[in-house]
Design a protein around this ligand. Sequence first.
Ligand code: PLP
Length: 419
Amino acid sequence: MTGGVSSPVRAFRAVGGEPPVVAYGRGAQVFDVDGNAYIDYVTAYGPLILGHAHPKVSGVIAAAADRGTAYGATTELEIELAELITSALPSIELVRFVNSGTEATMSALRLARAATGRDKVLKFEGGYHGHADGLLVQAGSGQATLSLPDSPGVPASWAADTLLAPYNDLEAVRRTFEKHGSEVAAVIVEPVAGNMGVVPPAQGFLAGLRSVTQKHGGLLIFDEVITGFRLCYGGAQRLFGVEPDLTCLGKIIGGGLPVGAYGGRRELMEMVAPIGPVYQAGTLAGNPLAMAAGIVSLSELQDPTAYQRLEVSAIYLEDGLRRSAQQAEVPVQINRVGSMLTLFFADSPVVDYACAKRSDTKRYAKFFHAMLERGVFLPPSQFEALFVSLAHTDPDIAVTVDAAAEALASLRNSTSTEN
Ligand SMILES: *Cc1c(COP(=O)(O)O)cnc(C)c1O
């Protein structure tokens, strides 16, 4: 396998060292093939809000598999998950299931371009929306019209249709719309950024995107692949009270199996085949195992205490990390929204990608390994979110905070001697 992995961040390139090979997971823990146990805050990069191998999830997957793993025909499971999603997210009147978040965003953009007859898309620096060609564009010069692809193999002409603005910078968005407004099919945004590390939306940012897109006749797409059912039962759109035209989902709605979905207003979604001309399809889309896992996950999340419990655990973790950093006199910025959190080794608040990139990533790498040695598995990059699940208990978090206190203290010692 290239780099020994099926997805690059797993290879530990940002932190160095050899990633463990995982044997199994249970609750809040993963166990590697050498017999080491870790309290896991990667949780598959977001889907496992119930923890690893939740007995109900494993149970329904096994039961679904027993009845057949794919049919190429609609099942009751798809209908049921579609109903759960459309009733939890009122902006989604019709939904289409796909196999990944990448497929969801790429299909939503195709639809937005078809619906508006425009080609350009505005995304935010540090925003990740899967690996589709036109979306692998981030920093460049900050000059909207000079965006360059992030990866060789992406045609420069495609990247040229991707405009960029700094996250949380509504003025930059307005300026871009003044110049290109009539050419912009859509703004795509993570309503809480998770892929530059966690960065919450500034007060009024999402509402501002809503009004500027409306004014210029473009669509607003919320990429809720992480935030959907992570922050409340529904999307960040419910939490912040802003309705997008289209929403992309993934991760949690598949309960740990491969899944994605996009949806929105009926008249937009009726442009998609077979009703309309916008082509999009998938052999295994709406896979019954993924649908079954998604349904049972969402049902568990309907427990009125679920998000409260996540919030309490995440606050406990945040407070513990903050206290440990203060005691160790290591400057950090902790951004947290609900059960997603990033500890940045930075001196000043992190509100966008430029701020996030000023973090001390070498220090993060040391912290990551000091935690791993102490049996805590953090995301192997400064620019990823740490996820708390319902399986994380108070004792798990207490162990994590103790490990962090030691790890952060060791950082201060190591840096002072090295300097
Ligand atoms: C993970 C992610 C995606 C891509 O989903 P995949 O299932 O990995 O293709 C898209 N958008 C956001 C915000 C994500 O976090």
